[in-house]
Design a protein. Structure first.
Length: 126
């Protein structure tokens, strides 16, 4: 099965986001986490640890030449945030982390494919 252009573009953004977080001192715990119990709700792109906090990260990637006038995070809807909260709750319960501090962040990435560069914006606590 071939990977769609959209999926591979998203994968590039998620790898860049994970590298960015590691460089900032975060520990990457999981990537593309999907709840395995109950109804499938979607996925959380990256789950990381920042000191003692669990950080659920939504990554949005856009092509700089096409979308330079819009922010990737503009595509994070209320419904997506609600699903992330539910999946995050499931993750914390499954891992026995009910009392852990946590937050939801977003990382917006504009990729400049031609020049092989990325502009990254980290938004703490959505």
């Amino acid at each position: 099965m071939a990977i769609s252009k959209k999926r591979s573009f998203g994968d590039i953004g998620e790898k860049a986001a994970a590298k960015y977080l590691k460089n900032k001192g975060y520990e990457i715990i999981e990537k593309n986490y999907k709840n395995t119990t109950g109804r499938m709700l979607g996925e959380i792109d990256i789950i990381a640890k920042d000191n003692d906090a669990i950080v659920f990260v939504e990554v949005k990637t856009r092509e700089m030449q096409k979308y330079k006038d819009t922010s990737p995070e503009e595509n994070i809807s209320y419904l997506k945030l609600k699903r992330m909260a539910r999946i995050g709750d499931i993750y914390l319960r499954q891992k026995g982390l009910n009392n852990a501090s946590f937050r939801f962040d977003a990382i917006s990435i504009w990729l400049d494919i031609e020049h092989k560069k990325a502009k990254i914006k980290h938004i703490l606590s959505l």
